[in-house]
Design a protein around this ligand. Structure first.
Ligand code: CA
Length: 226
């Protein structure tokens, strides 16, 4: 059984995409749309390894849920989901005992990555935050990509795309799958954006043979494993 994650989110579509992505990544998922229910589940139910906690909930807001949990001595790591891109909200979330936060809309790939970093830190996951393939290395704790020991500067989207490919090395990924995981969950642009970014990524990390990123004609891409 994988680590247990409690998702507290009242927006059904968001809860669905998060739940699907985390299950796919091998986690056991519990779900609720209520802050009060979350308090009960996190303090009395089966122990959770991490809580994904929406800030704006209908009954008790996420900050209050976290504050009460910490007050009760429950130290389960918390990742806040916040709609407000305000410094105040971020600071508030972290000072009341949250471990990280994501601003909506976010990419599920980013959420899975943050979850892995925290669980690795707390010793609840074996997955290393360092992903490697050939001479290419991505350290998700330091947020650094190196190739042959040299830093490779990537844009945030290129970084997320590379991380998704590395985590799924050896697996064929369709363009839609890449789009759904790497781009924000409410992105409704063209899927050709995937090709554009793969091409930019290739120029930065895959310009010399042996090449790592394979095109699967009419389907998508695959990063060849070590
Ligand atoms: Ca909400």
């Amino acid at each position: 059984m994988g680590p247990r994650i409690l998702i507290v989110e009242d927006e059904e579509n968001v809860a669905y995409v998060i739940g699907t992505a985390l299950r796919l990544a091998g986690f056991e998922i519990g779900e609720t749309s209520s802050g009060r229910d979350a308090l009960r589940l996190a303090s009395e139910g089966d122990p959770q390894d991490l809580i994904v906690l929406d800030v704006q909930l209908p009954d008790l807001n996420g900050f209050e849920v976290c504050r009460r949990l910490r007050f009760a001595g429950v130290n389960t790591p918390v990742i806040f989901l916040t709609a407000a891109d305000s410094v105040e909200d971020r600071v508030r979330g972290l000072t009341i005992g949250g471990d990280d936060y994501l601003i909506k809309p976010f990419s599920v790939e980013e959420l899975v990555a943050r979850v892995n970093v925290i669980l690795h830190r707390t010793g609840r996951s074996a997955e290393s935050p360092v992903l490697a393939c050939g001479d290419l290395e991505l350290d998700d704790t330091a947020h650094v990509v190196t190739q042959g020991g040299q830093d490779v500067p990537l844009s945030p989207t290129e970084y997320k795309l590379l991380r998704f490919l590395l985590r799924n090395a050896g697996r064929a990924l369709s363009r839609d799958q890449i789009l759904d995981h790497v781009w924000d969950y409410d992105f409704d642009g063209e899927s050709t954006v995937v090709e554009t970014y793969i091409s930019m990524l290739r120029k930065k990390v895959d310009s010399a043979p042996p090449t790592l990123i394979r095109t699967i004609r009419g389907f998508g891409y695959r990063l060849d494993g070590n």
